[in-house]
Design a protein around this ligand. Structure first.
Ligand code: F6R
Length: 620
């Protein structure tokens, strides 16, 4: 989390920094700040709240210059306050930096620096880096090095990095070194935009949209020195690197809300198109299978895979669970779904024939990246199902499947989930067709997949009904979400959506499992959202629903159009079109997203910027 921007060139740096931070605000919105270098001085402005607040501060107290760095914060160490906001100052103002990441040994370093006389103004771990660099700079100067030289600064940075344990993406400027930005990366993403007589720095490519499509992705342990017309990259192990400039055609960012009040609602309504984009070009009708351009693995090697591990966090983990059901059903390959945060340290036995798939919208989630790297280190083919093109996970994976869902800006993931499920259906179909799945079964799956954009379009017609239900239930403080088979992950996802944006306590369970404990929670004050479309175990879920009703628990049912029986039992029904079991989560998750959205709205919550969350979780 946290977003970093930087600019060096001839434009007004504050303008670019502000715009860039707005585009990166999804990475954190506790506070924002900029530092701009001009005539041997560095002007700093920082403010609690959204980038908009920083904009107001800059309007009343401007800073001018064409070299600067900026930051939007998701607090890890130190409370949310103006003083803890970035940029941070080292020494007596000779170093100013912005940091994304976590310094694990900051307490010890802080003690050492305090003993040397450094005065800490903040409670953050990041300030330690600023003072540490200032300290090494001072030492270099004492050794007779030129304080205004880039080499001296680089040396001070290098010596400091050796002492840091943790992760960092850093943008650094020095008071006495004019017109130079230093950027360093270990574990937190940084991309450099290459313009004509100007360079840009950002945590991802979105701030570069409209400025340049030529980029250099910094890799771990690399340091970049940026001047307006020059760039140098070096590796920690020594030696200059030739920057690998890539042209990306996806540097676009659609910040336009159109007719929608929030990004979340816009993205929910984009789902027919995002699913269509995910499907585009990936169906092979002749062979009744799916095709992927970027898996980078030969069919004969895939045929040998005897176990699949899907690893992810949050919503993407829920999609993984859908993937487990799909792949085991269609391809009969055993699948495990692992929380990335567990997998990275758990060290489960993985055979040579195990394939690992990381599932991620952002491609930057620290735990997912670490889990994937750990598996790669052990020699396992590691692939990714990812939305953000050029993200760290997308670049480091051996191959994978892009979702093509377009930018997801709302913090609560919506369209990425349905696209992940769509990609997983295709993957299961592909793996299945090289094994037991018949041509005719493949054809049937394809026919139904092709209908999904329209099915989701039709599902969205439940919007008004959902609004009414939200109105009725907005005051409840506990919810159960219950579903079985493919709708169990949908239940987990529905509960996550509600808790993350409306701060209501919600639990997702397999519907039959609730009688082993959670049913004790059921009373008139605890509504259950039952995901009960017609399907292979409809009567079984119906019995579970009756069990809840017998205990006077209010029931909101997500059921199939034309299911009149359910209307007699449930207190409220939201209807969705009927699809086959394996496609149900794509359809049933839509009303659950809308329900969470409208309940949050009615409770006055900030839907797109829920408290304590950030879109991209780049700390572990
Ligand atoms: C929930 C949500 C998070 C993410 C999780 C993983 O709405 O957005 O739970 O799903 O942080 O993020 P990605 O998919 O970017 O790896």
């Amino acid at each position: 989390m946290c977003g970093i921007v930087g600019y060096i060139g001839t434009r007004s740096a504050p303008e670019f920094l502000l715009e860039g931070l707005t585009r990166l605000e999804y990475r954190g919105y506790d506070s924002a700040g900029v530092a701009v270098q001009h005539n041997g001085e560095i002007g700093i402005r920082k403010k609690v709240g959204r980038v908009e607040e920083l904009g107001k501060l800059l309007a009343s107290k401007p800073v001018r210059g064409s070299v600067g760095i900026g930051h939007t914060r998701w607090a890890t160490h130190g409370g949310i306050s103006d003083v803890n906001s970035h940029p941070h100052v080292g020494g007596n103002g000779e170093v100013v930096l912005v940091h994304n990441g976590v310094i694990e040994n900051y307490a010890k370093l802080k003690e050492q620096l305090q003993a040397l006389g450094y005065v800490f103004r903040t409670a953050t771990d990041s300030e330690v880096i600023a003072h540490l660099i200032a300290h090494h700079l001072e030492e270099q100067i004492k050794l007779g090095e030129d304080p205004e030289s880039q080499e001296t600064c680089l040396k001070a940075i290098e010596l400091s990095l050796k002492k840091l344990k943790g992760t960092y993406g850093l943008g650094i400027i020095f008071r006495d070194v004019a017109d130079t930005i230093f950027a360093v990366r270990l574990g937190s993403p940084l991309v450099i935009g290459v313009g004509k007589g100007e360079h840009f720095l950002a945590s991802d490519a979105s701030p570069l949209a409209g400025y340049t499509d030529e980029v250099v992705y910094l890799s771990d342990n690399e340091t970049a020195v940026l001047r307006a017309d020059h760039m140098e990259i070096s590796h920690r192990d020594g030696g200059r690197l030739k920057p690998s400039v890539q042209t990306i055609n996806q540097v676009t960012v659609d910040l336009d809300l159109g007719r929608f009040e929030h990004y979340m609602l816009k993205e929910i309504f984009e789902q027919p198109e995002s699913i269509e984009n995910c499907l585009r070009g990936r169906i092979d009708e002749d062979s009744a299978t799916a095709k992927f351009g970027g898996l980078n693995i030969e069919p004969q090697d895939l045929r040998l895979v005897d176990r699949i591990v899907l690893t992810a966090c949050g919503t993407s983990w829920h999609a993984g669970l859908v993937g487990e059901y799909l792949i085991e059903e269609f391809a009969r390959i055993p699948v495990e779904v692992e929380y990335a945060s567990e997998l990275r340290y758990r060290n489960p036995p993985l055979s040579d024939r195990t394939m690992v798939f990381a599932i991620t919208q952002s491609g930057e989630t620290a735990d997912t990246l670490a889990a994937m790297r750990e598996c790669k280190r052990k020699g396992h083919k590691s692939l990714a199902i990812c939305n953000v093109v050029g993200s760290t996970i997308a670049r480091e994976a051996d191959g994978g499947i892009y979702l093509h869902a377009g930018p997801e800006i709302g913090v609560a993931s919506t369209k990425a989930f349905t696209s992940q499920c769509t990609a997983l259906v295709m993957l299961a179909l592909y793996l299945g067709r090289m094994r037991h799945l018949s041509y005719h079964a493949g054809k049937r799956i394809i026919a139904q997949l092709r209908e999904m954009p329209d099915m989701v379009r039709r599902t969205l017609q439940c919007h008004d009904a959902v609004k009414e239900v939200a109105n009725k239930y907005q005051g409840f403080d506990n919810f159960l979400y219950l579903g079985r088979l493919y709708n169990f992950p949908a239940a987990l996802e529905g509960a996550l959506k509600l808790k993350e944006i409306s701060y209501i306590h919600a639990e997702g369970y397999p519907a039959a499992e609730m009688k082993h404990g959670p049913i004790a929670l059921v009373d008139e004050e605890t509504p259950s959202v039952f995901i009960i479309p017609r399907g292979s175990i409809y009567p079984k879920v119906m019995s579970n629903l009756e069990e809840i009703k017998a205990r006077r628990g209010p029931v909101i049912a997500i059921a199939c159009e034309g299911d009149h029986r359910i209307a007699d039992l449930a207190d409220d029904v939201i209807y969705v079109p009927e699809v086959d079991d394996f496609l149900q989560p794509i359809v049933t998750s839509v009303p659950l997203q809308l329900l969470a959205y409208h309940i949050a709205l009615k409770r006055g919550c900030n839907v797109d910027r829920p408290r304590n969350l950030a879109k991209s979780v780049t700390v572990e």
